[in-house]
Design a protein around this ligand. Sequence first.
Ligand code: NDP
Ligand code: 2IT
Length: 447
Amino acid sequence: MLDEKLEPIFNEVLQRNPGENEFHQAVREVLDSLGAVIAKHPAYAEAALIERICEPERQIIFRVPWIDDKGQVRINRGFRVQFNSALGPYKGGLRFHPSVYLGTIKFLGFEQTFKNALTGMPIGGGKGGSDFDPKGRSEQEIMRFCQSFMLELHRHLGEYTDVPAGDIGVGQREIGYMFGQYKRITNRYESGVLTGKGLTWGGSRVRTEATGYGASYFVERMLGTRKQEFDGKKVLVSGAGNVAIYTMEKVAEFGGKVIACSDSNGYVVEENGIDLDLLKEVKEKRRGRVSDYAKARGNGAKFIAGGRIWDVPADIAMPSATQNELTGADAATLIKNGVIAVGEGANMPCTPDAVHKFLEAKVLFGPGKATNAGGVATSALEMQQNASRDSWTFEDTEERLATIMHNIHDTCAQTAEEYGAAGNYVLGANVAGFIRVAEAMRALGVV
Ligand code: NDP
Ligand code: 2IT
């Protein structure tokens, strides 16, 4: 049940944003945590502060025309939702996926605002993307699309205004094409306008690895509160993209055994552990599928088309593909099979029902806005290096990432305890993130 002061706020969000289910879901989860805050500090319910947090500062929707390899004109829709700039320039990734619509970008921008606040770094929240489907597109088509997308988006960006990065379907290749186009249009080598760049053109070491590494640091720390560790545990990592691959890498370094990963066609299970070098070769070099990995790997690996990775018995689950990929029924299966920890590498991968089941069963549960914050935190480190025209070593950068993740973990844990919900990282993350944004918004007045 929502607090009586929060109920009308949520109803207004439903009314003003019809049909945007993922956005409703993300707002609802945060509001569910805020009852405890306004009970303790009624001032946060004043000056329409919470209403303002739920309303993006600016929403940009634009046409992206491009010409495919057959000479046919194609039209996609581009988005940038500049959600909240109380703490710094808007910051958040770009997603290229056919499922993208305004509700996707709004939920991601809303989450990003609190996530970025949790990092403790000076970054506001934003998100963007397009319903463009990169699958099966040639290199030339990808470049033309990125250039057309940036031709419009550039006027809304800037190192002090809005700084995008990657997300689903957008990696270093796409960031390169977009940075090249931005540089050409503006005639400025403004490195700090995008993050996730390549190392020879302004990128930061560890940014590629950061989300997956960070998620692993977070979960290792969570396990530590119960005197547990990754070492010797069986781990499921859904997805096989940027976040999944570097989660698998760090989990293996911690001694865990990743026995399954997936993509939108199905999952591969391998009791002796996934061969990460081969998976990287298939995914990053050949841009292949998980089924291609299984084929190349041979006997030990089994590909299950269309199956649910969460059916595989394991100790730890790290959903790292997309939103709502782990349902209440999946959670029940994982719990029955003895799962002890779940860390959200993706944004909102667990449905509300699944989250509820994990919390009820006292499974250690790391929500995405805390667990996957290492990516954006390292983006902020990239911005720092760009601003000082410096470049740090891998070791130095990774150490900073580890410290940030430990701090986020401890902040969430302490906040949960302070608000009478010890062990509930969902509440801890929402409350700690909210308070940091709310404090800045109060100081800046009604803007
Ligand atoms: P990638 O594009 O690199 O990889 C996405 C992976 O998830 C692919 O294996 C893809 O499979 C799978 N996937 C995507 N959509 C679906 C779907 N609808 N159903 C099933 N599988 C799907 O993206 P990232 O690894 O960067 O992002 C993964 C998640 O992590 C997203 O939720 C993103 O928002 C979040 N995230 C990313 C960060 C980053 O730094 N990149 C930072 C923080 C969070 P297929 O190839 O079949 O589409
Ligand atoms: O969801 C996310 O935090 C990201 N996709 C990374 C954002 C960023 O600006 O690095």
